[in-house]
Ligand binder design. Structure first.
Ligand code: HEM
Length: 186
């Protein structure tokens, strides 16, 4: 559904920027823990950092569900006419991949945590009910999936950011502004 307005709805804009902040924070904290801390040297500090990673990252699963619902029930601004049909298709595919990653990362993260015998806490408030118990075989599968997906997601999000900047500074169109504009109420 395309909108006559050149801007995303306020709700879509808020969801986008809150999720961007959460994603980038969770990514950096996870990367730091996974690659710069070790249980042998950093012990309980690494445990606290992973716990922080989980408490932030689990929020994504709730927000992405709301966001997908909002995306398919509200119109979005159309892409610039200057973009070729191929570029428009690439943009749509890129966005679909981002949504899939925003679902897959927290899901594999929770499975990783549960199968290793740990909880999946949310904002230090409550835990997502466990869907699997300690399970070394499952852990051996979901751990590498979570790690490789997180790297892939890092590249995709970086590409998304660079494309937004290209639209703004090189093509000088409305694409980045459509996610920060103020002329709509919802
Ligand atoms: C959008 C959500 C998420 C992102 C972007 C993300 C990103 C990452 C990254 C970048 C790493 C480090 C990979 C490496 O070792 O190089 C990581 C590790 C990890 N993630 Fe996530 N993650 C997310 C969600 C979750 C969730 C929801 C959980 C569990 C509830 C989780 C649990 C873990 C654990 C246990 C590690 C291993 C950390 C370590 O070995 O020190 N992640 N994640």
């Amino acid at each position: 559904m395309q909108s006559a307005s050149p801007y995303y709805t306020k709700t879509a804009q808020w969801l986008h920027w809150i999720m961007a902040i959460i994603f980038i924070s969770a990514w950096l904290i996870g990367f730091y823990s996974g690659n710069f801390l070790s249980y042998d040297v950093d012990g309980s500090f690494k445990g606290s950092v992973i716990t922080l990673h989980k408490n932030i990252a689990t929020v994504i699963i709730f927000l992405v569900i709301i966001r997908i619902f909002w995306r398919y029930t509200h119109p979005v601004p159309k892409l610039p006419d200057a973009m070729s049909p191929t570029m428009k298709t690439m943009a749509h595919l890129g966005h679909l991949v981002l949504y899939l990653l925003l679902l897959a990362l927290p899901i594999t993260g929770c499975l990783f945590s549960w199968s290793a015998g740990h909880p999946a806490p949310v904002l230090y408030l409550f835990e997502i009910p466990r869907l699997v118990q300690d399970n070394p075989e499952l852990l051996a599968i979901v751990k590498p999936i979570h790690i490789y997906l997180s790297w892939f997601a890092g590249f995709v999000v970086l590409g998304h950011l660079l494309m937004a900047l290209k639209h703004h500074f090189i093509d000088k169109d409305n694409v980045l502004r459509s996610m920060i504009g103020r002329k709509n109420k919802r």
